[in-house]
Ligand binder design. Structure first.
Ligand code: LMR
Length: 342
């Protein structure tokens, strides 16, 4: 057994103890400085599926990494917004994003706009058969073309229309200026209804509605509620006409810079956080609906089955047109997954 030799004189002992204390303090300081900083930037409020997923991811990583990895969550476009977040990722000014699937088209991966097709999905179970299966895996791989590493999918929910009037029939859309995300499918969808599509970053939507730059918007309910849009839009029509979800992405260079152990830790924490967000999505949607139905000065309109069928028929040419532009196999694979045939 090796013995520790102690200094004999009290002075030398004091000096040795002081030296050891200094070394320990330096060690603590070193341990307190994280070896990895991961900034996760997103554009929505914390109380949404994406906001909650991000917070869960942060908590899990901090719990497990013992101070070695620090996750900073920047919600509400407080670090980067729709216009600059993907460029920031490429430049290493942020390490993780969760843009909506609609935003990857303009970033050079147009296949992601397939998710914007009107009435492609009837419910979240159908969405998950696509995102959690082979088609989803294949789509995430395609992000590599634009120097993004796709790590997983997250749901928000189905979009509903808000406007100065109820939107029961296709003709009710005529002449409205509607804020949309930068997606060709969403632009075409509004044009097919006789509305003008106005592409704006998410962070500018509220001001654009308040100042009359746009008249109407399409949002899942948790976004509509948490952005305070109920105070600006007197009518909310539950059209359920399209899906809004996300892909979590990082930069391959950042991911490669991590140790295998840290990568594994982050992957496991993210998988759990995404499962948490996906579990919450439907509940947050239902909660938001209940709150909005009680909101004074907001009228919530449900569509009858035949009204929904008419809207869907009206949007069918958009669906058919993009079917050609995506190429036959992508939509076929998506529809097979939706129907549970793959
Ligand atoms: C939008 O721009 O409307 C959405 O993509 C916002 C979001 O991230 O949910």
């Amino acid at each position: 057994m090796s013995a520790v030799s102690l200094p004999r004189s009290p002075q030398r002992l004091r000096r040795a103890l002081l030296g050891a204390a200094c070394l320990m303090a330096a060690g603590v300081a070193r341990a307190a400085r994280p070896a990895v900083l991961l900034r996760l930037s997103h554009v929505v409020a914390p109380d949404t599926p994406k906001g909650q997923m991000a917070q869960r991811f942060q908590a899990l990583v901090h719990q497990r990494a013992g101070g070695r990895i620090r996750v900073e969550v920047h919600p509400d476009s407080s670090l980067w917004g729709d216009d600059d977040e993907m460029e920031a990722l490429r430049l290493g000014a942020v390490e993780m994003l969760a843009p909506s699937l609609s935003k990857f088209g303009m970033a050079g991966v147009p296949e992601f706009e397939v998710f914007d097709l009107p009435y492609l999905f009837a419910d979240l179970a159908q969405v998950r058969r696509v995102t959690q299966g082979d088609v989803g895996r294949e789509l995430l791989q395609r992000l590599g073309r634009q120097q993004m590493l796709g790590l997983g999918f997250l749901d928000n929910g189905f979009k509903q229309m808000s406007a100065p009037r109820p939107l029961r029939a296709p003709s009710d859309y005529r002449g409205l200026r509607v804020r949309v995300q930068a997606s060709r499918v969403l632009g075409e969808q509004m044009r097919a209804l006789g509305a003008q599509a106005v592409v704006l970053p998410f962070a500018e939507t509220q001001r654009a509605l308040a100042t009359g730059v746009v008249d109407a918007a399409e949002n899942p309910l948790s976004n509509f509620l948490t952005q305070g849009l109920a105070a600006l839009q007197p009518h909310l029509t539950l059209t359920q006409h399209g899906y809004l979800g996300y892909a979590v992405v990082t930069h391959p260079r950042f991911w490669a810079s991590l140790s295998p152990g840290d990568r594994e830790l982050l992957e496991a924490a993210l998988a759990e956080a995404l499962a948490h967000g996906n579990r919450l999505a439907a509940a947050l949607d239902a909660q938001a609906l209940a709150t909005l139905q009680r909101t004074p000065d907001l009228q919530v309109h449900s569509l009858a089955a035949d009204e929904r069928a008419t809207l869907r028929r009206h949007l069918q040419p958009v669906f058919d047109g993009f079917q050609r532009s995506f190429g036959p196999s992508l939509l076929r694979d998506v529809q097979r997954a939706v129907d549970g045939r793959s």
